[in-house]
Design a protein around this ligand. Structure first.
Ligand SMILES: Cc1ncc(COP(=O)(O)O)c(C=O)c1O
Length: 351
């Protein structure tokens, strides 16, 4: 492992950024005196109530340390060990969680669906769910959707409804990986309830980290029955924070006064600016529609290398092999975008 100090803001990951001022201020405010531990504190109560307000629903809310645990534990609560979970082949639960969903669900199998731009299509759910109905096959029980997807695209409200209708038709419960839910809501301009329970989502993993919180995601059960004993799952999975108020307080800072949507909108806008700055450069191709805070750009290897040599960092393993993933964060500036686009212009311009 090599450790490097950053000399600039990068586009490698929306986890590279720091804590946004609203989340930090709330943590500082929570750092006063004593509070009861393990979630029975005033900050956790307030953050949970704010989430219920934002979603206009009497949902069950749990705060955990990261997205892998949020996804794995919530999927485990939708499945028995002999069940299967349908998801896109690029889904984080499949490619970036080290088998944690299968582990925490005691062996439930993840089954993969393909579809363009990181998105599942209803027909593929039907095919997968009906492929086998005999006792020798892991019975499909859950559909996992990522909103926004791993390649930065979003499901429209109509697409979402068609997917969840199909899921219901096939007797599947619906999980949503919302590591970038804020970016999706900001891009759709929809109400959070329209993107979740009204569209048939049973449980949402609501991402805080990529939105500007230091650590943590909220697991939001709209189907309260599925949340039964989830607190025990969290504890057993090492996800019950003793000083819970420091996981929950940042949510108060984010949800009050809509900071979560402001930050997501800014990151989305910077991705649009980046797209405009690099689209049409020689040898550069935009690989997926730019709808949230990422730009996926196909670059020749020599170009990627030249950009690395200029000090830029980005990953090429998330989409297809030649796709550079460029992520914008809550703190990405116009200057950052223009500097990257300017360098890419220089390295792609014929001499
Ligand atoms: C789509 C998606 N889901 C979940 C996560 C959360 O993962 P982690 O366990 O690293 O917080 C990520 C982070 O990269 C992600 O991109």
């Amino acid at each position: 492992m090599s450790v490097e100090k950053m000399d600039r803001r990068q586009f490698a990951s929306d986890n590279y950024s720091g804590i946004c001022p609203e989340a930090f201020a709330a943590m500082t405010a929570a750092n006063q005196g004593h509070e009861v531990s393990y979630g029975d504190d005033t900050w956790t109560e307030k953050a949970s109530d704010l989430i219920r307000e934002v979603f206009e629903a009497d949902c069950e809310v749990f705060f955990v340390f990261n997205g892998t645990s949020a996804n794995s534990l919530s999927l485990a609560s939708l499945c028995q060990s002999y069940h299967s979970i349908l998801c896109h082949e690029l889904a984080h639960v499949e490619v970036a969680e080290c088998g944690a969903p299968e582990f925490f669900a005691n062996g439930a199998k993840v089954l993969l669906l393909s579809g363009p731009n990181g998105k599942i299509e209803p027909e593929t759910i039907k095919v997968a769910a009906n492929k086998r109905t005999d006792i020798h096959y892991p019975k499909p029980k859950a559909l996992s959707l990522t909103q926004a997807t791993e390649v930065g695209t979003i499901y429209s409200l109509d697409e979402l409804q068609a997917l969840t209708d199909m899921a219901r038709h096939c007797h599947l419960r619906v999980h949503m990986d919302g590591a970038r839910f804020a970016n999706a809501v900001a891009a759709l301009g929809a109400k959070p309830k329209e993107v979740t329970w009204k569209a048939g989502v049973d449980v949402l993993c609501f991402g805080g980290t990529k939105n500007g919180i230091a650590v943590g995601e909220a697991v939001v059960f709209f189907n309260r029955e599925l949340a039964r004993e989830f607190d025990y799952r969290c504890k057993q999975g090492g996800q019950l924070a003793s000083k819970m108020r420091f996981l929950s307080a940042p949510w108060v800072g984010m949800l009050q006064n809509n900071a979560w949507l402001r930050h997501a909108s800014r990151a989305n806008a910077m991705a649009k600016r980046l797209e405009a700055g690099i689209r049409g450069l020689p040898t550069v191709e935009i690989a997926h529609p730019v709808q949230t805070n990422s730009v996926f750009a196909r670059l020749p290897e020599t170009v990627a290398k030249a950009m690395y040599e200029r000090g830029w960092k980005f990953y090429t393993h998330v989409g297809a092999a030649d796709e550079a993933r460029l992520m914008c964060s809550w703190d990405t500036t116009e200057g950052d975008v223009d500097a990257f686009a300017g360098d890419l212009k220089e390295v792609t311009s014929p001499r």
